[in-house]
Every structure is written in structure tokens, then in C-alpha cells.
Design a protein around this ligand. Structure first.
Ligand SMILES: O=C1O[C@H]([C@@H](O)CO)C(O)=C1O
Length: 550
């Protein structure tokens, strides 16, 4: 195994991701950030300099377990203090498992400002992937707003509430085309849809006929749930969130923010043609054009327009279609099976509430606000009053009607954390419900830091004790992100075997900003060394100044 050493500087850049110039957060002057490519067992060291003049920054390595390095998880106020302007923080961690991952900002809404990139882990030397392919293509999907994230955050925390609305563009590898006909774009000579440095050039996927390609696809959208299809090509799903799945074939796939997949395609169609790859919006009434890329069969020119129209995403609210995709995902044979004896079941009710007139998302009536001292430090060094240390609720009211807007729409803001017994098996039931307005329940993709979990099952309506008997214990997929469908529940199981403090939250950026998350802590006593640079703020900062931390 080897050690990779990167020097990155985060900073604002002028960029035209969808042919409209904006300011974005880039790394080393570019958007999206550099792709990290390593092998399982390698160590990644990123010296991260904060070149944002007046705000802090952190980077989360999404899907990487951080076993033994919980301080490197890159969550502001949870695993570390935000890095101050002009300061450098060193992330160093192992990538244990091959798979398709990404990294992104995890402070405020910096992810939505463009702070993200791909992280791909190949099998270790001498190992083989359990499927064959001739070539590989990588697609990092995201969405883009023309309004800057400061304005977005202010609107979300204003009274009256100002919702961010739908994104202006969808991006593939950081490229989209706002109000541009792609045809105009592809045809040489058209200038309205071009940027100075080709920043919004459509993505061209160059392939040879009659080969098999692995497409790695990850979504780091701020809001949108996506559907991806390639004209005339079937897709075989083989990996989800860095775990192999039992291969299954589909014509199109859904992908939610925080998820990653690998699919295999065979370039067995008429070779004189090119084909569209299309990414459209699901789960919310779309007001955003689909993003397009060209599957370019050699030796055709990439400007040769495909003979058939781009595939159209299923109707946004065809949830039966989305469910049928999710329900097809099973662990590949040989995947570890879940332990059968959970010691604890935590039911988490997802509601939208008004708190003092501000619209928030709450989990069991608590809307998460992060403390000024990172939990990792305050818990490890047992500092008092660093956060609300009352036990958060394990359940919600028996008579809560998930089909109706909250009757008593009141909730509280809190920083409470769930303390999990080290090495214990925990079940979490995520329960969806009606939002503040009638007949609305949205999809929420939940992402767990520090662990993979088994997805034991989904159901419509309110979870009942009897549903436990329907759990899939035979081949549940291991993942780090899973959705709850409107008015439905999703059950997951994981082993709390990673000493640290870990966020579990809705991966929709504005929803997390509105409080939609919880904090889990386990084995904190076992954490050996936390770099002081991770804790030089809040109460751990004061204690450090007095030389009182061991
Ligand atoms: O959090 C959200 O707020 C709005 C709406 O519920 C209130 O305006 C919306 O669509 C969300 O997803």
C-alpha cells in the first residue's frame, strides 16, 4: 500500500459551470476539485489550506469509514473545528474498501457552493473486481443555483421563510448548460453557450464499439433527486456506496444525493451513431432542464448528434418506479450479513415544524443545532455544558398521525447526541411524515458517517412492531445512504464499532441546514490521539490555552 500526499488550497473562483459566470468554491483554482484515485489499503494525506478570505472550511470524505481517525471525518462542530482562513489542516486517513466515493464541504452550505470532487478506490494489488470491464468512465452529478449560498442560507433562516426553489442547472462532472440548446452548443460556431475556458463544454464519454464499460456515478446534489438513463443501452447495477450488489439490469436508475453506484454498459448498439446520456429530476416538480452527456462511439465525431431524442426521466412523482429500483438492490453473495440481535431500536420521526415562526426540520421534535465546541473534543475530554447532554428521545408519540401536517407544529432546537454502547448492534427506523402543508411528504436521503449499514426494509405508512418480521436478514445491501419515501419508513441496522462521533442526517443541503440530523457517539473513551489543530476552538480551545488537555 502507498501513501498519497496532496496539497490543496480551497478558494473562491470565477467559474461558468452552466455557461453563466458565477463565483464558486474551488480547489487549487478549479471546479470541481481534483479526483483522488487510490487503492484499497492506501493512506491519503491532504494538506488543506483555507484560502477563503473570511470563512472557515472543512472537507468530509463521504463513505470513508475513518476507523481510528474520527478527527479526520471533516464535519464542522462534530469531528473538528472549522479551519480558519489562511490556516492549514492535515487530513490523514486510510481508504479501506474499493468503491466509488466523493468528498465535499461539510460546513454551512459550502457543498452547494461547489466544494466537492471524486474519490475512487481501486482494489488492492493482486485483487480482482468481481466483474469484468474494458474501460471506465466517472460521472459526478450535482445541481447548481445561480443565487449564492449566503443568500440561500439567509432565506432559509429568515422569517418569513424564503425557500431556495429548484436549481437552475444539473451538472455532470461540473458541467451543465443553462438555457442552452445542447445542439447549439455542440455545433461549432455557436458562441452564446460557451465559456472562456470551456468550463461548460458538454461531457463526452468516448467509447469503442462492442466493449463493456464501468460507469461510476455519484450524486452530491444540494436538493435534487436524479434519474439517469442512456438511450438504447441497458445498465447492470453492480456497486452501491462502495459495496458490491447482486447484479441487476435496468433501463434507468434513480440516484439520490449522497449515493454512489457503478453500472456496466455494453456498447453493442449501431456504431455509426452517438447516444445521449440524460440526467433528470425526480421526486419534486422539475423546473430544471435535464443534463446531457454524449456517449461517443469511436470513430464518430463527438459533435455528431445522436439519431434519437434523449431518454426522458419517469414522471417526477412516479414513486412506484423509484421504489421498484430501490427494492431491487441486494447484497452480492459473500457480503457480511447483519447480526441478528439488535440491543436497541431507535425510531426517528422526520417532521417539518415551525419553531418561533421559523421553518425547521425536526427529528423526534428536536431540530439539530451544532455546538461551538466539536462533540469529538468535548466528549473525549468530558467537558461540561458544551452541548445539551440530555438523552434525545428513542421514539415518538404512539398516536402521531404521519398522514397529516403536525397538529402541534412545535418542536425545539437542540444539540443532544445519541450515545451508543460500543460494539452494540443498533436498529434505526426512519419514519417519514406529512410536511407543514397538506398532502406533501418528500423524499429524504439519509447518510451515516463512520459506518456502512444494512438496509433491512422499507414500507409505506407508519412502521409497526410487526414489520420487524418482514426484515430482510438474508441479503440486505450494505450502504451509507438510504432514502425514506413519502409517508414511508426505512429500517437500517449497524454495529457501533467505530470509536468517534458521527453525524446521521438528510443529505439535502438545505434540510441539514434546517436541522434535519442527529449525532451518534460510541467508544469515545477509546479514541487515542486527536490532533490539537482539530480542537482549537470553543471550550476545547480554551482548555488547550490553559494547557489542560492531555
Ligand atoms: O424544506 C423545504 O421547504 C420547502 C417547503 O416545504 C416550504 O416552503 C420545501 O419544498 C422543502 O423541501
Amino acid at each position: 500500500s502507498r501513501k498519497w500526499h496532496f496539497k490543496w488550497e480551497v478558494g473562491y473562483v470565477y467559474w461558468s459551470p452552466d455557461c453563466r459566470e458565477n463565483i464558486m468554491i474551488g480547489i487549487n483554482g478549479r471546479f470541481p476539485g481534483p479526483t483522488i484515485r487510490a487503492k484499497a489499503g492506501d493512506t491519503i494525506k491532504v494538506e488543506l489550506k483555507n484560502g477563503l478570505p473570511t470563512e472557515g472550511v472543512v472537507i468530509h470524505w463521504h463513505g470513508i469509514r475513518q476507523f481510528g481517525t474520527p478527527w479526520a471525518d471533516g464535519t464542522a462542530s462534530i469531528s473538528q473545528c472549522a479551519i480558519n482562513p489562511e490556516e492549514t489542516f492535515i487530513y490523514e486517513f486510510k481508504v479501506e474498501k474499493p468503491g466509488t466515493y466523493f468528498y465535499h464541504g461539510h460546513y454551512g452550505m459550502q457543498r452547494a457552493a461547489g466544494l466537492y470532487g471524486s474519490l475512487i478506490v481501486d482494489v488492492a494489488d493482486g485483487q480482482k473486481e468481481p466483474f469484468d470491464y474494458d474501460g471506465e468512465l466517472n460521472l459526478l452529478l450535482s445541481d447548481w443555483y445561480h443565487q449564492n449560498v449566503q443568500a440561500q442560507m439567509l432565506g432559509l433562516s429568515s422569517k418569513p421563510f424564503r425557500w431556495i426553489g429548484e436549481p437552475q442547472s444539473l451538472l455532470i462532472n461540473g458541467r451543465g448548460q443553462y438555457n442552452c440548446s445542447l445542439a447549439a452548443h455542440v455545433i461549432p460556431g455557436s458562441s452564446t453557450c460557451r465559456s472562456k475556458r470551456g468550463e461548460c463544454e458538454p461531457v463526452v464519454l468516448r467509447v469503442l464499439p462492442n466493449k463493456t464499460y464501468r460507469l461510476r456515478i455519484a450524486s452530491t446534489t444540494s436538493l435534487s433527486s436524479l434519474n439517469l438513463a442512456i438511450g438504447h443501452h441497458k445498465m447492470i447495477v453492480v456497486e452501491a456506496d462502495g459495496n458490491y450488489v447482486e447484479p441487476f439490469t435496468v433501463d434507468d436508475m434513480d440516484i439520490y444525493s449522497g449515493e454512489s453506484y457503478s453500472i456496466l454498459i455494453t456498447t453493442d448498439q449501431v456504431p455509426s451513431s452517438n447516444y445521449w446520456l440524460s440526467v433528470g429530476v425526480r421526486g419534486r416538480l422539475p423546473q430544471t432542464q435535464p443534463a446531457l452527456a454524449i456517449l461517443n462511439y469511436h470513430p464518430n465525431s463527438p459533435s455528431k448528434l445522436p439519431a434519437s431524442e434523449p431518454p426522458v426521466a419517469p414522471t417526477w412523482n412516479d414513486y412506484a418506479h423509484s421504489k421498484s429500483f430501490s427494492y431491487k438492490i441486494h447484497a452480492r453473495r459473500g457480503t457480511p450479513k447483519p447480526p441478528t440481535n439488535p440491543v436497541r431500536q431507535i425510531a426517528l420521526l422526520n417532521t417539518q415544524n415551525k419553531i418561533d415562526g421559523f421553518i425547521k426540520w425536526s427529528i423526534n421534535n428536536i431540530s439539530l443545532v451544532l455546538p461551538s465546541t466539536p462533540y469529538l473534543g468535548s466528549m473525549r475530554y468530558r467537558l461540561r455544558n458544551a452541548f445539551d447532554d440530555r438523552k434525545p428521545p428513542e421514539n415518538f408519540a404512539r398516536d402521531y398521525d404521519i398522514m397529516k401536517p403536525p397538529i402541534n407544529p412545535s418542536a425545539m432546537q437542540g444539540s443532544n447526541a445519541y450515545k451508543l454502547e460500543f460494539n452494540s448492534t443498533v436498529d434505526v427506523i426512519l419514519q417519514n411524515a406529512n410536511a407543514l402543508s397538506g398532502n406533501v411528504s418528500e423524499i429524504h436521503p439519509w447518510h451515516l458517517h463512520g459506518h456502512d449499514f444494512w438496509v433491512l426494509g422499507y414500507g409505506d405508512g407508519r412502521f409497526s412492531k410487526k414489520d420487524v418480521t418482514k426484515f430482510n436478514l438474508k441479503n440486505p445491501p450494505l450502504r451509507n445512504t438510504v432514502v425514506i419515501f413519502p409517508y414511508g419508513w426505512t429500517a437500517i441496522r449497524f454495529v457501533a464499532d467505530n470509536p468517534g462521533v458521527w453525524a446521521f442526517h438528510c443529505h439535502i443541503e438545505p434540510h441539514l441546514h434546517m436541522g434535519m440530523g442527529v449525532v451518534f457517539a460510541e467508544g469515545v473513551k477509546l479514541i487515542e490521539k486527536i490532533p490539537k489543530e482539530a480542537l482549537a476552538c470553543g471550550m476545547t480551545g480554551k482548555t488547550l490555552m490553559n494547557n489542560h488537555l492531555p
